[in-house]
Design a protein around this ligand. Structure first.
Ligand code: SER
Length: 317
């Protein structure tokens, strides 16, 4: 992996991944793309506006950049996907098909994030094994299962070096998440600093796997750098750092923000999605096959989040 194209570079993951890739592989070697101008760090190096569903435009970008790897981050998340399921299918699947076609044509490896959303109510919840029943109830989850299969297919049929991770909810400051069920775990930090009060759309004891973004970015790069001969589960590995519920995180934040209060105004759609997902996924395969281990626990993440959110201009996300 030497010359890289990133789709969805302005999103929650991309805004962290692009600077890290540029630090490791050189600014000029990483072409950031997004459907719109994004400003910020991603535009401080090579950047172009690109609709990831447009295979022709993506192919041109890969050819001109002489890329050997694609990180495909553009996608619609779970909650926003339930508002327009057909569009979620179209955006998520047509962009992935474009990426895989281009990767095949230009000999690129391809990283695609999968998600805990591939699991559903009939999957074992605690722990959820690497290989188990995957019958999700959200369109986002349906596209992620189909995406994993499509990546397997392009690997088996055409030899494309496809790799992926089943990310849990990702927590970060900077670019906000794009309409997911796990967004509460980001919003809570902003509201704690700005208002001292957060009204949560999930119930107090709803546990979901989570991870701090610096670990997620390192995991994405590490799985792409792993020796292909040792990978049994290329699409896609369960990875997690810890399990979080709103009441529990509020307690941790209260140790740093005295008087912080949490209230609940449960959104039945997102609550149902959260309850259909695992409480805790088993990431033994990632640990064994390519040495995955998170660095941030809940406390270390909370200190870092609060410090950074507090130094951003008020209202910035
Ligand atoms: N964070 C995502 C969501 O909530 C899960 O992959 O949709």
């Amino acid at each position: 992996m030497k010359r890289i194209v990133v789709t969805g570079a302005g999103g929650q993951i991309g805004s962290w991944l692009v600077p890290e890739l540029r630090a490791r592989y050189g600014t000029e070697n990483v072409l950031a793309t997004d459907i719109r101008e994004i400003g910020g760090e991603s535009e401080s190096g090579p950047f172009r506006v690109l609709d990831a569903t447009d295979g022709h435009a993506l192919g041109e970008a890969v050819r001109e950049h002489r890329a050997d790897a694609i990180f495909h981050l553009a996608a619609m998340l779970s909650a926003v996907g339930e508002k327009n399921p057909r569009r979620a299918w179209d955006v998520n699947m047509s962009s992935l098909l474009a990426v895989l076609g281009v990767a095949r044509e230009h000999g690129c490896s391809a990283f695609t994030p999968s998600s805990i959303a591939v699991f559903g109510p009939s999957s074992p919840k605690d722990p959820t094994p690497q290989d188990t029943v995957m019958r999700p109830e959200t369109m986002y989850g349906v596209t992620k299962v189909a995406g994993e299969l499509l990546c397997d297919y392009y690997h088996g049929r055409y030899g494309v070096d496809t790799r992926g991770l089943r990310f849990p909810g990702l927590i970060s400051y900077g670019a906000p998440p794009g309409g997911g069920t796990t967004d509460w775990a980001v919003d809570i930090y902003y509201q704690a600093v700005e208002q001292g009060l957060y009204t949560c759309f999930l119930g107090p004891d709803t546990y979901i796997d989570m991870m701090y973004m610096p670990d997620a970015v390192r995991a994405a790069i590490d799985v792409m750098e792993a020796d292909p001969d040792v990978l049994e589960h290329r699409n896609a590995f369960n990875v997690t750092a810890f399990q979080l519920a709103p009441a529990q995180l509020a307690e941790v934040i209260r140790r740093h923000v005295s008087g912080f209060e949490i209230k609940y105004d449960v959104d039945p759609v997102r609550q149902a999605i959260a309850e259909s997902w695992p409480d805790r996924i088993d990431d033994t395969a990632a640990r064994a096959e390519w040495g995955w281990a998170p660095e941030y626990d809940i406390e270390a993440m909370t200190v870092d989040m609060l410090n950074n959110v507090a130094t951003l201009p008020k209202g910035a996300t």
